[in-house]
Design a protein around this ligand. Structure first.
Ligand code: NAD
Ligand code: ZN
Length: 348
């Protein structure tokens, strides 16, 4: 079968021929219906090097996958061949306290995980191929009725990651609250939809691109603000000088973190989701009182089930651009150029 593989750090992935995987005991092979192209893949190509993470290329890209069960290894029960499924992408050890409650991204026994801190498309072979080998059947989550695998794929990361970051701050998002979403790309536009579907918060969307702000409006944003020197002032004014109860930074650069801190309210949350390499200087007088800052990584298995429910009921619908495996590099080029709206999903 063909697969889009990252062969080495600091390089473009290559479309190459690889053997079709076969499931060992407890494993599942999924026929890929859709594999989302995430900006994290650009970080893998551009920014990562030997020592950045505990694993190295070569591996097949694609950590945002859904499809159909293709083959079951010995001992796997509760799944049937042909069944539509999503792949929970963070593959922890399965036995530590975090993994036992479905929080594999924060696995506390990385030495017992198939790849420490990673999963398919992140150290092991992912979904940008005809088939994906999932090393433990517990990562295969049946899709609720009415959800197509191609539509479901982005929900496993572009949906799950913002969902987790939003859910942990639900208690702040009462009517009258404000949430600022910075970066309305693959994750951010779904984040706006999740805020609208699950809370009564007012949503202010920020991006550098006019098309992204238009997409934010389509997703229900109450106000859009172009990124730039006047953004903080505009957001302060729009909140009566108070600022935002939650800031979701889907960029994570110095400038966006500074903007986030400048527009946060006292007693608020700032979630750093984007891995843009920035840092936020925190001092007694430089950030609002009782603003909590957290980085968040992906989400839990129970949260994926909740996001899939939002998807199946049409409350969250990622805007997708579908491309064949042959055009996967086009997806990444458009993401780089800023000419991609929503999420590119590779349909192998
Ligand atoms: P994307 O390329 O689809 O979207 C990024 C958006 O940010 C674009 O719309 C872009 O125009 C906008 N942007 C860029 N610079 C900006 C600025 N200075 N101000 C405002 N907007 C700006 O990317 P994505 O796939 O949505 O991923 C977003 C980030 O989240 C990436 O860094 C990615 O690696 C990271 N990520 C993190 C996790 C996690 O678990 N923490 C999971 C997935 C992705
Ligand atoms: Zn990702």
């Amino acid at each position: 079968m063909r697969a889009l593989r990252l062969q080495r750090w600091k390089s473009e992935p290559e479309l190459v021929e690889v053997p079709e995987p076969a499931p060992g005991p407890g494993q599942v092979v999924v026929r890929v219906g859709g594999a989302g192209a995430c900006h994290s893949d650009l970080h893998l190509m551009d920014d990562f090097d030997e020592g950045s993470v505990p694993w190295n290329p070569p591996f097949t890209l694609g950590h945002e996958n859904a499809g159909w069960v293709h083959a079951l290894g010995d001992g796997v029960t509760g799944l049937t061949v042909g069944q539509p499924v999503a792949v929970f992408g963070a593959w922890g050890c399965g036995t530590c306290a975090r993994c036992r409650v479905g929080v594999d991204p924060y696995c506390e026994n990385p030495a017992g995980a198939p790849v420490p801190g990673g999963g398919g498309g992140l150290g092991l072979d992912g979904g940008m191929a005809e088939f994906e080998l999932v090393p433990d059947a517990r990562h295969v989550v049946p899709l609720p009725a009415g959800l197509d695998p191609v539509d479901a794929a982005p929900l496993t990361d572009a949906g799950l990651t913002p969902y987790h970051a939003i859910r942990r701050s639900w208690h702040r998002l009462a009517p009258g609250s404000t949430t600022v979403v910075i970066g309305i790309g693959g994750l951010g536009h779904v984040g706006v939809q999740i805020l609208k579907a699950t809370t009564a918060t007012r949503v202010i969307a920020v991006d550098t691109r006019a098309d992204a702000l238009r997409l934010a409006e389509e997703c229900g944003a109450d106000l859009t603000v172009p990124s730039g020197t006047t953004a903080a002032e505009e957001i302060r004014q729009a909140t009566g000088g108070l600022g935002a109860d939650l800031v979701l930074d889907f960029v994570g650069a110095d400038a966006t973190l500074a903007l986030g801190a400048a527009v946060a309210r006292t007693v608020s949350d700032l979630a750093i989701v984007g891995i843009g390499g920035g840092t936020l200087p925190v001092g007694f007088f430089s950030v609002p009182y009782e603003m909590s800052v957290a980085t968040t990584y992906w989400g839990s298995r129970p949260e994926l089930i909740e996001v899939l429910d939002l998807g199946a009921r049409g409350l969250v619908r990622p805007k997708t651009v579908r491309l064949p495996l042959d055009d996967a590099l086009t997806a990444y080029r458009r993401m780089r150029d800023g000419t991609l709206d929503g999420r590119a999903v590779i349909v192998p």
